[in-house]
Design a protein around this ligand. Structure first.
Ligand SMILES: [Fe+2]
Length: 224
C-alpha cells in the first residue's frame, strides 16, 4: 500500500541526475519506468484532464516510448536516463493535478496483498484497463498511439486506440514484464475482495469509464 502524507513532501527541489540511476537493477528500472508511463497515460485520459496536463502528459508519453527500451537495456545510457527522469517528472505534474485511474486502483491491492512492486503491478494491469477504458475516450487513445510512434493513417479512433493497447502489450513484452497477474504471485481467491476494495477506493472520480464492482471483478479475472 502507499504511504502518503503532506508532511512527507518536504523537498523543495528535485534533482534529475541520470548518474543516480546507473546502479539501478534492470527489473527495478523497468518497473519504475512503466509506473511513470502509466502515470502519463492515466492522467491523460483522466476525467480531470485539461489542455495543460494533456501537453505535459503527451510529451511524457513520447519521451518514454522513445527512451524506455534503451534506458532499461543499459542504465549507463545517460541521455536515455535523463529523458526518462524528465518524462517521469512531467507525468507527475500531470497526475498530481488530475488523479490516476483504474490501473493504479487495481495495482494498489495487488501490491498490498501480494508484495509485487508498484510499477510491476501497474504494468501488468495496464493493457486490460486500457481495453476497458478505450470506448470512454477513443480519440485520446488514438492520440496515445500516434505519440507512441504507431501509424494510424486512415484508421478510426477506435482502431487507432487498439494500436495503442497493442503497443503497450509489446512494451511490457520487450521489458520482460509478465502478461498475467498469476505470473506475479496473485491468487485467484482474492479477486472478489480486491474488486470490492477497488470499487470502494472510488477511482471513478478520475477513471474515464465508470467502473462497478462487477467490472473490477471482470478486469481482475481478465488480467489473472
Ligand atoms: Fe504510480
Amino acid at each position: 500500500m502507499s504511504i502518503r502524507n503532506a508532511v512527507l513532501n518536504r523537498a523543495k527541489v528535485a534533482i534529475l541526475d541520470p548518474l543516480g540511476l546507473k546502479s539501478l537493477p534492470a527489473n527495478v528500472a523497468a518497473h519504475a519506468a512503466m509506473d511513470a508511463f502509466v502515470h502519463a497515460v492515466e492522467s491523460y485520459v483522466s476525467l480531470n484532464a485539461n489542455p495543460i496536463t494533456d501537453a505535459v502528459n503527451l510529451h511524457a508519453i513520447e519521451l518514454i516510448a522513445a527512451n524506455i527500451r534503451p534506458f532499461v537495456s543499459n542504465r549507463s545510457n545517460l541521455q536515455a536516463g535523463l529523458n526518462m527522469l524528465c518524462a517521469a517528472s512531467l507525468a507527475a505534474m500531470g497526475f498530481s493535478n488530475t488523479g490516476v485511474g483504474n490501473v493504479h486502483c487495481m495495482a494498489r491491492f495487488v501490491g498490498g496483498f501480494f508484495h509485487a512492486s508498484h510499477g510491476l503491478s501497474n504494468a501488468v494491469c495496464l493493457p486490460y484497463v486500457a481495453r476497458f477504458n478505450l470506448k470512454a475516450n477513443p480519440k485520446k487513445f488514438a492520440r496515445i498511439a500516434t505519440t507512441m510512434g504507431e501509424i494510424t493513417d486512415g484508421l478510426t479512433a477506435i482502431e487507432a486506440g487498439k494500436l495503442a493497447i497493442q503497443a503497450m502489450r509489446q512494451l511490457n513484452m520487450d521489458l520482460g514484464i509478465p502478461e498475467r497477474l498469476r505470473d506475479i504471485g496473485v491468487s485467484k481467491d482474492k479477486i472478489p475482495e480486491m474488486a470490492h476494495l477497488a470499487f470502494k477506493a472510488n477511482y471513478n472520480r478520475w477513471n474515464p469509464r465508470y467502473t462497478t464492482v462487477e467490472d473490477f471483478d471482470m478486469l481482475f479475472k481478465q488480467a489473472y
